[in-house]
Design a protein around this ligand. Structure first.
Ligand SMILES: [Zn+2]
Length: 489
């Protein structure tokens, strides 16, 4: 029995106690000594000019490259082969001499990318699936967590007028209640953080009133999570107006349409601030009070490139390459995050801050599953982190009751891995509502506009359906369906 199944066997009070214990551990990591140091620095650095920010980036970058080229095997090899040296980087543009880092080589051979001078006990691991369903383990020094959370406190929450110290609600994708739960509570309360953690998978027009009641009961002052889920609550509030006393809504993780933004701001009666923070801790983009998206220069160096790797001019959409400035244990240099966006043509913001402006971010737009009871299940990438043998995955929904889970396996893949993915998705949404069929394929085609997305909804799209059927017909391996899955019944 793993920790998760033990959790689900506990009564609610014990689950909430366990969440507090977990938060206690995280407090030491997130809000320790380095947090306070960086909090002061980031507060002071906010007024940097564009030139000062670039000088700062160059200085940190050179130290990072020096470490990478000296200690990290993959970069040592690169130094030998290409003659690259940190000293030869004299302006930020010199970074283009480095190759683009792809996720797949890191996933296949992680040790090549880790700085061996760090003792394992000094490192923290996290998994990211990105938008393409590729599970990837990222390691970073534990001190980096304080750096990362301080940056969020100052530049994300601070800009929205809220802080970690206020009671808050999180609409998230962690499985804190069983997917089959069909009555409130659809949340658990972490008293240590005064955080109401609400399941994003259970928000529907019919359950919205219970969610709103909980926000009032726990006096949440701000709400954060997936914009699509918070917008559903906003729509309900707009139809049934009531005063919640919210300071702000912070959305992240999916693209919020203007309609959804309006529903959130009118429904909750507060401003919405969208932000982007990569799981790899190499890029933070946050919205200021003028609604513009600022790239935070201390987090990393962002490049936006076209399909040939050439920089995109403002207004032209390209792919994000990020160089993280806070992690010298697994340096990510020109790392392809899988996100897309464009630089703003107007780089001046009335707020006066000089950090670069992004027009929009689109690559992280996952589609969502629509269930028969009206729920929209987005951001399923969190479910895809547990199968490192899956190189890529995609959920293809062709009817309200059925979806294929396509997986591209590596050589270590076994059928149980596919089953684990199915279990993980179904645990979040409830097993009886939709049948998921795993199909192993050699590749997953990009969307008509060339993007790799984790969820594609093709209900009523006969041409797309025919293409997927042809793809699947070429494969002989068939693995599991819900019938084999015990969780969430
Ligand atoms: Zn601004």
């Amino acid at each position: 029995m793993n920790a998760q199944s033990i959790y689900f066997h506990l009564p609610r009070w014990a689950q909430e106690w366990a969440l507090c214990q977990y938060a206690r551990q995280l407090d030491q990591l997130y809000y320790g000594e380095s947090y306070h140091r960086w909090y002061e620095r980031f507060s002071a650095m906010e007024a940097m000019s564009g030139t000062q920010a670039r000088e700062y980036q160059l200085q940190v970058l050179r130290a990072l490259l020096h470490t990478a080229l000296t200690h990290v095997p993959w970069f040592q090899e690169l130094a030998k082969r290409e003659g690259l040296r940190a000293e030869s980087i004299t302006v930020l543009e010199d970074l283009r001499r480095f190759p683009i880092m792809e996720k797949d080589p890191i996933r296949r051979n992680p040790a090549q990318f880790i700085n061996p001078t760090y003792a394992p006990k000094r490192l923290w691991s996290t998994y990211t699936s990105g938008t393409t369903g590729t599970a990837l383990k990222i390691v970073m020094p534990k001190e980096t967590l304080g750096w990362w959370w301080a940056l969020h406190e100052v530049r994300v929450r601070g800009w929205a007028g809220v802080s970690q110290a206020m009671p808050r609600a999180m609409v998230g994708g962690r499985p804190i209640i069983l997917g089959s739960t069909d009555r409130p509570p659809y949340w658990r309360y972490n008293a240590r953080w005064r955080q109401l953690y609400m399941s994003s998978y259970h928000i529907a027009p019919g359950t919205a009133p219970a969610y709103i009641d909980a926000l009032r009961q726990y006096s949440s002052r701000w709400i954060t999570g997936y914009g699509s889920a918070i917008a559903l609550l906003g729509e309900h509030l707009r139809e049934h107006p009531q005063t919640l006393g919210m300071t702000a809504a912070l959305t992240s993780g999916d693209t919020v349409s203007p309609r959804q933004r309006q529903a959130i701001e009118q429904g909750f009666g507060c401003r919405m601030f969208d932000y982007y923070g990569s799981a790899e801790a190499c890029c933070v983009i946050s919205e200021c009070e003028h609604g513009r998206q600022h790239v935070q220069p201390e987090a990393g160096i962002l490049e936006i490139v076209d399909t040939h790797g050439e920089p995109c001019p403002p207004g032209v959409e390209g792919e994000f390459l990020c160089t993280g400035l806070g992690n010298d244990a697994m340096p990510l240099i020109r790392y392809r995050t899988g996100d897309y966006g464009s630089w703003a043509e107007e780089q001046h913001c009335p707020c006066g801050r000089q950090s670069p402006l992004i027009d929009h971010i689109t690559g992280r737009t996952d589609d969502y599953l629509v269930l028969a009871d009206g729920r929209r299940i987005g951001r399923l990438s969190t479910a895809m982190k547990k199968a490192p043998s899956v190189k890529q995955a995609q959920l293809v929904q062709d009817s309200l009751e059925h979806a294929w889970l396509l997986v591209v396996p590596d050589e270590t893949y076994r059928d149980e891995d596919g089953q684990r993915l199915v279990e993980d998705v179904l645990m979040r949404i409830g097993a009886r509502i939709i049948t998921l069929e795993v199909r192993v394929v050699q590749e997953i085609p990009p969307t008509p506009v060339g993007k790799h997305v984790l969820v594609r909804r093709i209900i009523g799209d006969a041409q797309a359906r025919a293409e997927y059927e042809a793809l699947i017909a070429g494969e002989t391996r068939f693995t599991v369906t819900n019938a084999d899955v015990p969780i969430g019944q």
